[in-house]
Design a protein around this ligand. Structure first.
Ligand code: PSU
Ligand code: MN
Length: 315
């Protein structure tokens, strides 16, 4: 099986059983505007390091799946010139054609599982879009959570999605959705969505034990850890709701569909909030990188304690 090319630092950490946190690149290439995207990509890596783990940003570069990128490659991804958005369906074609692309949550999970990286931190996962009952727009991220054995730390799903349907699909797929430190399922820019999360945990060691227990049971798939945005950075849902309506209508009016929907809505909301959603987005990704590092550390410690490999079982 093809595994990602690892940077020397990531390879050494995995070999020694030290904690590693995977990071996605779609948020850099397609989720945030230049040059703040490059700045954030670097900051998030620094945050993982400050949390005691090694960052492994994932992308496809000239046909090679890579985990752990040098500065020049991050720069290239941030400029997003000739960089495709790669989910599960796109990955193999992009690699076979020798092209370059940024990985979504789904594609990053595939790479992490094949590298033996147990934990992945990002902003928000894709989910069930509003109007999915007619558009059928449901992110491949949800199915990936049911297939690849990676614990994903995110701030829930963006309120541009249909959150109740997103939770229902995750339940159907058997994905544990664990709110961190509260009962409620967070809504990305807001700490509360008004929905209760199916599960709630409040320490990294417990989440690490649950991750390892899933592997020990032989269950495929990972877990979603939903970490609410830091209180000082949140934008309450009531404030955002009407703006989301507006952005949604603009997307419909322009016939935006498929994989361009999420980037379009994010960009519209940034404009409609004078950049506040962007600042909030940056803050929550940094916080998730920290929590991801703590969970990766706990998994490494527990694995060392019982003398087993810290690597996530391969699918
Ligand atoms: N969350 C963000 N910015 C993003 C995304 C999520 O704050 O750019 C990306 C992630 O890479 C996620 C993808 O996997 O959007 C989902 O896209 P789709 O709905 O097309 O599957
Ligand atoms: Mn979609």
């Amino acid at each position: 099986m093809i595994r990602p090319d690892l940077s020397p630092e990531v390879a050494a950490a995995l070999e020694a059983g030290r904690p590693v946190v995977a990071l996605e690149s779609t948020i850099v290439s397609h989720g945030l505007p230049w040059p703040r995207n490059l700045h954030l990509a670097r900051e998030v890596e620094a945050e993982v390091r400050a949390g005691g783990a090694i960052p492994a940003t994932v992308a496809v570069i000239d046909g090679r799946l890579r985990a752990g990128l040098d500065a020049a490659t991050l720069d290239r991804l941030a400029r997003a010139d000739g960089i495709a958005k790669l989910s599960r369906a796109d990955l193999a074609v992009c690699m076979a054609e020798g092209r370059s692309g940024a990985t979504t949550v789904a594609a990053t999970m595939i790479a992490a599982a094949r590298a033996g990286i147990a934990v992945f931190a990002t902003g928000g996962i894709g989910g069930v879009h509003r109007g999915a009952e007619t558009s059928y727009d449901i992110s491949a991220d949800l199915h990936e959570l049911a297939q690849s054995p990676v614990t994903v730390v995110a701030s829930g799903a963006k309120a541009i999605l249909d959150l109740p349907k997103t939770l229902e699909v995750l339940e159907t797929l058997g994905v544990p959705v664990i709110a961190y430190g509260q009962r409620g399922f967070p809504a990305f820019w807001a700490r509360e969505s008004g929905l209760e999360a199916p599960l709630s945990m409040d320490n990294p060691a417990g989440i690490a034990r649950a991750h390892r227990m899933r592997g020990a049971l032989g269950l495929p798939g990972g877990q979603l850890v939903a970490n609410p945005i830091p209180a000082e950075d949140e934008i309450p849902l009531a404030e955002l709701a009407p703006l989301i309506e507006t952005a949604q209508q603009q997307a419909e009016a322009r016939g935006i569909a498929g994989k361009t929907v999420t980037p379009f809505l994010l960009d519209r909301l940034r404009a409609l909030t004078q950049g506040r959603t962007l600042a909030a987005n940056e803050a929550l990704v940094r916080a998730n990188a920290r929590l991801g590092a703590a969970i990766a550390q706990a998994i490494a410690t527990q694995a060392a304690d019982d003398g087993r490999s810290p690597r996530a079982p391969l699918p």
